[in-house]
Design a protein around this ligand. Structure first.
Ligand code: A3P
Length: 312
């Protein structure tokens, strides 16, 4: 309740500052969203000359909420191929970090890119999906927001999660235990390993569904996005009611990287080398235990969202 009140107070405080601007997202409900759009301009706070050609910062009309290591960067980069999308470059961590959230929507807005009125602003912070406070806070900002959630096989996600933290340590020249040391305790699967919890999608999804109807959350199949990104991105375009402007020719498979890369106006680029790293080899019996562990949670998740995924 307290966070909701805080959110409401912050929103009202912001609203008093701002002039109105035209609606920019076709198909979104009026009402609170309209108020948020007004909050999203805060023109007075933008220094003269900082907004060329009538562009302005807007609060996001869509957020990639996670999941960590699901393919969130790839999704954001691919979506950014669309001319009507303006993406925040960095992970903003507004709703999950108190030091950011306490600064209010004005601060959040200041983190957004300048965009034309017809463009959709998007930010991605993968930690939102698994942070219990976040759904209510996002709802407090805009109950009609469209959320993007990219998920992949939960066991694979655990390995990817481990790999990321492992390399963070390597870069700092710090030692890091093997994945087995995290996964096994007293001869059993160590269910206290945090990376496992992040892959219990049904638990986190339940939190989001307390505040948002399923139709507001589009789930991108992260495994398919790796294998064949274009159809997944087309679905995202439809969900966001964007005109179909991203083409199959925007993607090409790069054999060296082993992943699809992007072609944008003749410019080719792959994702950063930290995306698409080899995962550690895990004993097949341990891997099996991991698959078994996720079997029931996955079933619950499928029931929750009325859709199945090709996971172990
Ligand atoms: P791995 O590095 O474990 O393979 P996130 O951006 O959420 O951290 O997700 C990272 C994951 O995005 C990578 O995990 C990789 O598998 C996946 N991914 C999806 N499409 C990709 C692409 N075209 N290039 C690189 N990685 C991609």
């Amino acid at each position: 309740m307290a966070p909701l009140l805080l959110g409401a107070v912050m929103l009202v405080a912001q609203l008093q500052l701002v002039p109105s601007r035209p609606a920019v997202v076709p198909g979104n409900e009026p009402g609170q969203l309209e108020l948020v759009r007004k909050a999203a301009t805060l023109q007075e706070e933008i220094p003269d000359g900082a907004a060329p050609n009538g562009s302005a910062q807007q609060l996001p009309q869509t957020i990639i909420i996670g999941v960590r290591k699901g393919g969130t960067r790839a999704l954001l980069e691919m979506l950014s191929l669309h001319p009507d999308v303006a993406a925040a470059e960095n992970e903003v961590h507004f709703f999950d970090w108190e030091e950011h959230y306490s600064q209010g929507l004005g601060w959040y807005l200041s983190q957004m890119p300048f965009s034309a009125p017809h463009q959709l602003t998007v930010e991605k912070t993968p930690a939102y999906f698994t942070s219990p406070k976040v759904p209510e806070r996002v709802h407090g900002m805009n109950p009609a927001i469209r959320l993007l959630l990219i998920l992949r096989d939960p066991s694979e996600r655990v390995l990817s999660d481990y790999t990321q933290v492992f390399y963070n340590h390597v870069q700092k020249r710090k030692p890091y235990p093997s994945i087995e040391e995290f996964l096994v305790r007293d001869g059993r699967l160590n269910v206290d390993y945090k990376a496992l919890n992040r892959s219990l999608y049904h638990l986190h999804m339940e939190n989001w569904l307390r505040f948002f109807p399923l139709r507001r959350i589009h789930i991108v199949d992260g495994d398919r996005l790796i294998r064949d990104p274009f159809p997944e991105i087309q679905k995202v375009e439809r969900f966001l009611r964007l005109s179909p402007q991203i083409n199959a020719s925007n993607f090409y498979f790069n054999k060296t990287k082993g992943f699809y890369c992007l072609r944008d106006g003749g410019r080719d680029r792959c994702l950063h080398e930290s995306k698409g790293r080899a995962h550690p080899q895990v004993d097949p019996r341990l891997l099996n235990k991991l698959h078994e562990y996720f079997h029931e949670p996955n079933k619950k998740f499928f029931e929750l969202v009325g859709r199945t995924f090709d996971w172990h």
